[in-house]
Design a protein around this ligand. Structure first.
Ligand code: EPZ
Length: 434
């Protein structure tokens, strides 16, 4: 397992290219299972989670081909070549435990398989580092469309007699809307008979991106990006070409990297509209954020103010940036309060940040952060993707050397993070496992 060695204390300055969104690309790749003919996806990041999803749809009968990286793709420089996907065999309907256990987003094939093939066997995703992550809302929504479910040997087995049938349904749960649940039901409803109305749908940009691609494939969808999505089912979807939206979480992480190192970064090809709550909180902390077309300039004043922040569904502050903001608030001038409403146990970074000299106390779903003048380098352990990103941020500013073990968690969701950071002045190196 690789590690990162970070010698903290350098000011980051320069340009960083933001990759396509992991959380948009994953369900979109799964949705291509429903299309006839070839789909070409652009700006798909090269990440281990994307490799897992490609492997999964490969097992489900898709031919997947990644083109070489072009030097430049029109006015949108791209790190990666496009990804072509074409379904060539519809016999297999099973997402095996071996893949599902490495990537929970495998659940995204459930809706597309039921809608297109009438059957799906998906291993039930187990526990997860960020807490319980049930899939009951996915199943309930698909049941309302007429799918029948049973559990068998650790698998969810779903079947459809004839065609799924549209209906009006409420999709929310105890913690609010579900992102991937909304996408699963949206995909299935695109091929169902009649109209489906999803009330309490997630409004995240990743849901909108998936809906936009389905529309290009021939789906009839309105209201995506609002809590009520209307879908008029069609009988077939045809392969298309689609560019994945920029990764708002990667972008937010680098905005915080600029702030924590008292640096100045130009983040290219990103969408500040997707980060409005993040901009709001960061500006209160004292981060200067300016937009110029598709570029964000982020820099910070030396003094970091304290804030209160609660994670919420979009357009609120995303849970996926909670850990990274907390790393920044460790250096705030006083006490900050962070409450996690989406995944109340998502605090694995707290203990590791405290090992680096942070002063964070957890009380239920809330963390109370007493700012300190300095963090110190230490050996720490990456636990989940975003907690690990928080440790990288802390390492960038800590005095001395920080060693982060198990960086495979970071490789799941941040494309070439050490190369991107090194290019703007960070002293970071990957130590390969011997
Ligand atoms: C997506 O997960 C993201 N994953 C997560 O990103 C992100 O943290 C999360 O949305 C919230 O924004 C991908 O897009 C691949 P949810 P998802 O269903 O869709 C509860 C990252 O670091 N719930 O919106 O699985 C759930 O427990 C990751 O990139 C149910 O109760 O999250 C949570 O409290 C990790 N029953 C809340 O809803 C269900 O059936 C929201 O979860 C489904 C969810």
């Amino acid at each position: 397992m690789d590690s990162f060695l970070i010698r903290g204390g350098t000011r980051l300055k320069g340009k960083i290219e933001i990759s396509g969104s992991k959380n948009s690309a994953l369900p979109i790749i799964a949705a291509t299972l429903m299309a006839k003919g070839k789909t070409t996806l652009k700006s798909v990041p090269r990440l281990s989670d994307i490799d897992s999803m490609n492997k999964l749809i490969g097992e489900l009968g898709c031919h997947v081909y990644r083109h070489d990286s072009p030097a430049s793709d029109g006015d949108m420089p791209s790190l990666n070549g496009p990804l072509d996907i074409e379904v060539t065999d519809e016999k297999n309907c099973e997402a095996r435990y071996d893949i599902v256990k490495t990537m929970r987003a495998s659940i995204c094939v459930l809706g597309p398989l039921l809608a297109k093939r009438g059957k799906a066997i998906v291993s039930i995703p187990g526990g997860c580092a960020i807490g319980d992550r049930p899939v009951d809302l996915h199943v309930r929504g698909l049941q309302k469309l007429g799918a029948e479910f049973r559990t068998e040997n650790g698998n969810i087995v779903g079947e459809v007699r004839g065609r799924l049938k549209g209906c009006r349904m409420y999709l929310g749960g105890a913690q609010g809307p579900t992102v991937l649940g909304t996408i699963n039901v949206l995909c299935a409803a695109a091929l169902a008979e009649g109209e489906t109305v999803l009330v309490g749908a997630a409004c995240e940009p990743e849901v909108v991106d998936c809906a936009e691609m389905l529309i290009k494939m021939g789906a009839k969808i309105k209201g995506h990006g609002t809590p009520e999505i209307r879908i008029e089912g069609v009988s077939e979807l045809i392969g298309t070409e689609h560019r994945i939206i920029p990764d708002r979480i990667e972008c937010g992480t680098f905005m915080i990297a600029a702030a924590i190192t008292n640096g100045e970064l130009e983040l290219r090809h990103c969408n500040l509209d997707h980060l409005i709550a993040v901009q709001d909180r960061l500006e209160d902390v004292g981060v200067r954020i300016q937009r110029e077309n598709g570029t964000i300039h982020a820099s910070s004043a030396r003094r970091l103010n304290t804030v209160e922040m609660t994670t919420q569904p979009y357009p609120g502050f995303p849970t996926d940036l909670q850990a990274q903001l907390m790393a920044l608030l460790c250096l705030g001038d006083g006490i900050s309060v962070v409450t996690e409403r989406i995944f109340p146990d998502r605090f694995l970074h707290v203990g590791e940040l405290n090992r680096m000299g942070a002063r964070i106390r957890k009380e239920g779903p809330t963390a109370i952060i007493q700012g300190t003048k300095e963090l110190q380098g230490a050996s720490v352990m990456a636990s989940d993707l975003r907690a690990s990103a928080a440790l990288v941020l802390a390492g960038l500013v800590a005095k001395g050397t920080t060693r982060i073990d198990r960086v495979y968690h970071i490789d799941r969701g941040y494309e070439k993070i050490e190369q991107k950071l090194a290019a703007v002045g960070a002293d970071i190196e990957r130590v390969k496992e011997k």
